[in-house]
Design a protein around this ligand. Structure first.
Ligand code: F6P
Length: 541
């Protein structure tokens, strides 16, 4: 890849997009539908079993063409090639970002191929033994409960997918649980009613230095020792997934229970690696393989489809349009599926840890906005909580609706219909005239109508994308996750930031370490000193 980098706002297409923004800033999507009844057909796209409808975005064909031209001028196709070829796009850490290699979306580095194969074989054997009840704890009883101790990327992906696909615990020979927080309440809750003789902990930490995970691993060890005795073979109750093999051995993990992960897998992209072990256990090999297959299909699509017919590319470009040209600061992600209730949390890390950055490839500062604030929650629950702000609040907030088509169940159909109704209502709103007519129909008198109508009026014109899954299964979820992964790449590439490091997070970690270290002479500011005194006083009672 040749490295002549220009920040996006210095590309000619950026200037053209500013003109489109002038034209479309006040446009109403409802009017765009009136002007072009075929809008859905031209602005929706299917790939890998998913359908994405972009027709509710405040965009038209010529602005979309300008966005695609921006992607060409930013040499996105070269970036995609470099990504899949394993170039060190994570230039600040000198690493490639090759998570696609874990699902067969591209070859792994030749030097790592044998170890990857060995890890895959060992994790599958471990999962098979567990599911068959053949893996025994220190006292010879079969392991029936697996607890994943990890945080961030070592937790959010497997937790989210397990919630979506594992189904009722009662059907499983081995139940899978997750504890991330250093707050003891979480692990206590997970272990409540658990039998130590039948419990296995997976210590999942790429770095094996993360304070929360190590503290929980220590607590787990103490819990096992207290129940099984100091002389018991506690190692029979642990496995670990890490890039820091020596640190895991030091902790006491037996080498045959250690599953290495390569350094070219970022934490937030690691569910496809041995970090996915809880999923192999919960879903079995067929389920895990289907998840990988869905993601692999999206890799192939992303790599080969022309920009104008490329799902992650279009999603990335429209997000960039909303952020940089329509000044929209957040993205609400609303999965209409209880199983996907943790999808927004997974996506928050993926988007905000990847693209919440301001320094460009050449070391200069960006002049444009980067990652939006990503938030959200499951529909229809959110409708009865925060949707009011979409309708009558003062902010423009784009929404991604994630909708599952499948199933004859009437409540599932109601769920999908609710999502479609919300998307339409957000586009069209309710005009003052419509509010007046509604009040008149209810029998209100003129004074009442004058008083209430402004409160019933809803401006509408909130942009949304709807992503439709045929059903909530492993293949579709894998494709959906890879869609968002690649969307994040598209945006990071065009913004010119490194989507694969996370130096910001490191500062917070370092500060927490210093505060926990009583001997540290690090400077504390006035608020920290004041709050530490208050905490100490409250603890003394
Ligand atoms: O603190 C941020 C972070 O480094 C994430 O990037 C990562 O997913 C998480 O912590 C957990 O890190 P590890 O897997 O090394 O414990």
């Amino acid at each position: 890849m040749t490295d002549t980098f220009l920040p996006p706002d210095r590309l000619p297409a950026w200037q053209a997009l500013r003109t489109h923004r002038e034209r479309l800033a006040a446009a109403r999507v409802a009017d765009l539908f009136d002007a072009d009844p075929g809008r859905f057909d031209t602005l929706s796209l299917s790939a890998c079993g998913l359908l994405a409808d972009f027709s509710r975005q405040r965009i038209d064909r010529s602005a979309l063409d300008a966005l695609i031209e921006l992607a060409h001028q930013a040499r996105l196709p070269e970036g995609v090639d470099a990504l899949f070829r394993g170039e060190r796009l994570n230039h600040t850490e000198g690493r490639a970002a090759l998570h696609m290699a874990l699902r067969g979306g591209c070859p792994p580095p030749a030097a790592d191929a044998a170890q990857l194969q060995d890890t895959a074989t060992r994790m599958r054997t471990l999962a098979r033994e567990l599911r068959a009840g053949a893996l025994k704890g220190a006292s010879g009883r079969p392991i029936r409960r697996v607890v994943n101790l990890g945080i961030g990327g070592s937790d959010l992906g497997p937790r989210m997918v397990a919630e979506a696909l594992a189904g009722p615990a009662a059907k499983h020979p081995v139940t899978v649980h997750f504890a991330a927080n250093i707050d003891p309440q979480e692990l206590d809750e997970v272990l409540s009613g658990a039998d130590p003789a039948e419990t296995l902990f997976i210590v999942a930490s790429k770095s094996f230095t993360t304070a929360e995970t190590l503290a929980n691993a220590e607590a787990a060890r103490a819990w096992l020792r207290a129940a099984l005795g100091a002389d018991a073979d506690i190692g029979a109750h642990f496995a670990a997934v890490t890039n820091a093999v020596a640190a895991a051995v030091d902790f006491g993990i037996a080498e045959q229970r250690l599953l290495p992960m390569p350094d070219w897998v970022g934490g937030r992209y690691s569910v496809w690696s041995a970090i996915g072990l809880p999923l192999l256990i919960a879903l079995g090999e067929d389920g895990f393989d289907a998840l990988l297959a869905g993601a692999r299909a999206m890799d192939e699509h992303f790599r080969s489809a022309p920009l104008a017919a490329n799902l992650p590319v279009l999603m990335g470009l429209l997000g960039l349009w909303n952020t940089d040209f329509l000044d929209q600061e957040t993205l609400a992600v609303l999965p209409y599926a209880h199983g996907l209730r943790s999808f927004p949390a997974w996506l928050q890390q993926l988007e905000m840890e990847s693209n919440g950055k301001r320094t460009l490839r050449d070391g200069s500062s960006t002049a444009v906005m980067t990652s939006p604030v990503v938030w959200g929650g499951a529909g229809t629950v959110g409708q009865h909580a925060f949707h009011q702000l979409f309708y009558q609040g003062t902010r423009a907030i784009p929404v991604d609706f994630i909708v599952v088509a499948g199933g004859e169940d009437a409540r599932r159909q109601a769920l999908a219909n609710n999502a479609l109704a919300q998307a339409a209502a957000l586009t069209h709103g309710r005009s003052l005239d419509e509010a007046v007519a509604a009040l008149r129909e209810r029998g209100a008198d003129d004074a009442e109508i004058r008083r209430l109508a402004p409160h019933l009026a809803i401006p509408g014109n909130q942009a949304s994308t709807t992503v439709l899954l045929p059903r909530l299964d492993a293949y579709s979820l894998g494709a959906l996750m890879a869609l968002y992964e690649h969307k994040v790449f598209v945006q990071g590439w065009i913004w010119g930031i490194n989507s694969f490091d996370q130096y910001g997070v490191e500062l917070g970690k370092e500060m927490a370490r210093r505060l926990s270290d009583a001997t540290s002479s690090a400077r504390r500011d006035g608020a920290t000193i004041g709050l530490q005194r208050a905490i100490a006083a409250l603890r003394r009672g």
